[in-house]
Each structure stands twice: as C-alpha cells, then as structure tokens.
Design a binder for this molecule. Sequence first.
Ligand code: SF4
Length: 231
Amino acid sequence: MNIRGIQKTSLIDYPGAISTVLFTGGCNLRCSYCHNPSLVYNDCNLHYYSNEEVIDLLRSRKHLIGAVVLTGGEPTIAKGILQFLENIKSLGMKIKLDTNGFQPDILKKIIIENLVDYVAIDIKTSPQKYSLLTKTKLSFNCIKESISLLKDHDIQFEVRTTCVPEFVTLQDLQSIKEQIGQVSHYYLQQFNNDNTMDEALHRVKPYPQEILLLFRQFVQTFATYCDIRGL
Ligand code: SF4
C-alpha cells in the first residue's frame, strides 16, 4: 500500500470516532497549494511501513480506536488497496477514505465490496481551472462519476474545497454546483500559504473571513450542510 506515515490517534479525522490516520505516498495530481510534497513525490527519506506492520499495529490498538482514515497523497492509486481495506475491515473498524476523485473505477470496486464507510472527496476548483491548479490534464468527468457513485450507493460523504484566491471564486462555486448538483455535506477550507508546493502561492493572501462566509451562503444553496474549516 505504500504507507509512508501514521498518526496513531486522531480525534478529528473521522466524524464521531477515534481514528488512526494512514498516509499513502504518491499522487496523480500536483496541486499548487499542496502541503505534502514529500508524500506526493514519495520522498525516500519517509519511513516505509509494510502492510503487515500496519495491520499488526491496528490490531494491537483495536481496543482504543474505532476507525481508520486512509489519506495521502492519493490512496486510490496504491496497488493492493482492495485487499488492504479488506484486512482493516476484518478487524471490525470503520474506514474513511480521503480522495481527489480521479479514480472512479477503483472507488466503484471499493464501494461495491463494502470496504468504505465515509468518503471525503476534494473538488479543487471549477472544471475550467482544474488543469491549471493541479498541473494535470485529468478530466473533471472522473470526479462527477465518483460523486454519482457515492450518491447512488448511499455512501456517507463530504465534499471539500480549499479556497485558494483566484482558483476558487463565486463563479467557480457556481460552476461546481452545476456539475455536481445537490450534496449533503460541503466543507470550505481556508487556504494556508505556508510551504505550498508552488512557491508563487506563498505571496497569495488567504481570503478574509467575510468572503468565506459569502461562499458558505452560496454553497448552502446546493449543500444541506456547509461549514468553513481553518478560520
Ligand atoms: S493536495 Fe492532495 S491531490 Fe493535490 S497534490 Fe497534494 S496530495 Fe495530491
């Protein structure tokens, strides 16, 4: 699975449960605002945990934690993800998957095999600006497909957008709304300009609170619940 980091205990990463967070190395995007370049580039200085090591650790902490959060990087590009999730499930733990949504085929298998309980899916900007922000040419249709899968299979999920000025405006949110339709939970995240992958963003000032509140008001027109993280 290429697990390159472990946070043994988290009270905030799985809604309503104490969790262990597993970080996978590698990503299919190169977001300008990314704060985890060492994970994205699979930095050889990061520790490598074998699957057995991770499962043994989870088993030994079964009495303390109820859930596992798989994040990255991008977990869905890791080889052997289905078997790995199955091994976690056999321990009786809930699983949350953090994903950028660009692997709907893998997500479909994960959903059909009942290997996930909660999904957090990033929508980084409108389709028009995606390639500029993520430095890739992947199609936004993949994200639409992932969201449809989550809706169709009644999986609990949240959408997350980091509000990077210029890349996320009211117009971009309008375009996202047109693409994905009504959703249950949407989180807007404050942009942090420290240590971003693209140094040009170090000079970009995060939006003031009133703009984010305005964004939230708009998102509430297509999300049952919307909140702002990182204010
Ligand atoms: S922000 Fe997430 S999706 Fe984007 S490059 Fe970083 S790890 Fe990958």
